[in-house]
Design a protein around this ligand. Sequence first.
Ligand code: IPM
Ligand code: MG
Length: 364
Amino acid sequence: MLKIAVIGGDGTGPEVVREGLKVLKEVAAKENFQYTTTDYDLSGKAYLARGGDPNKQNIPIVTDEQIAELRKYDAIYLGAVGDPDIVPGILELGLLLRLRFELDQYINLRPVKLYPGVETPLRDKGPEHINFDVVRENTEDLYFGGGGFLRKNTPNEVATQEMIATRFGVERCLRYAFEFCRKKNQKRMLTLVAKRNVLTYAHDLWWRAFNEIGDRDYPDIKRDYNHVDACCMWFVKNPEFYDTIVVSNMFGDIITDLGAMIQGGMGVAAGGNINPQGVSMFEPIGGSAPKYTGMNVINPIAAIAALAMLLRVVGAQKGDAAVERAGNRVEKAIMATCPKMKSQSAGKMGYSTTQVGDLVCQAL
Ligand code: IPM
Ligand code: MG
């Protein structure tokens, strides 16, 4: 029995998650596995309704009790986070980052895969050129929240924001990336993306750990290195060069938005916040698109791709072949559906959100 917690979240999140759940129902019947879903309303609107302050977090967005409950699921399926009535950062920190940290989802896995029939802004590039994976560290770096103000709101104000790299955190991420690359067995090449010409402490640690672990345990995986700025250039110029990328949190955040664009945009890009020993959370990586809320025009493909990833990752983790097969089946159905759509952009798909969900169900 697969137990899934569902957090529709804000804006169009619930609409796209609904399509994912429709696909889940169909594929579970076809692959013959049982599952349950439990809804959690952790939206910004719910926070405000409970007396939450839109300008400064005054009550928990997700409570300790809810987090304890969430630990008991096999996976979390998340729609979107972000409400225009709440100051940016409150929900992101109080919900998304909090869950990533509390559940120790130390990997953020973001496939950059151009599906057939999806338009990329890169001229002369097709699905055969854009097909790689980014393994982003998800718990350290600039994201851990260290820093502070001195003389705040005075002309002599100082603000610091600290970056950390721990040997433990870096190694577990590198190992995941090496294993992932080996298992995928594509080009068997792992690219470390960093900035070791400037970040001579934190990224020196990454560089040494990368080479030590690679030499010792992964001699069969070719090691490659890019400075992050050069990597942005290569994403646009020669994306076919990559197989698997491993990257620290902040740079990973940035390059995966670029990755999402070359694979056809936020309407198709999905990601997983993975704790290989615990509960992982899967999400379309686009935002909550408030201006499209309730219009049934947003592209649910990214959310359905997040569901496919959930099934593949959790199926493999639990050793449940039917669930893993279901994930592959959903991805194939997505690939059969995309060419039927006019575009991947909201309102221009030639179909409504619900109709795209139906098309994927039919293609299963
Ligand atoms: C992402 C997002 C988040 C991040 C924000 C919403 C906190 O941009 O998932 O990439 O920075 O990780
Ligand atoms: Mg981001």
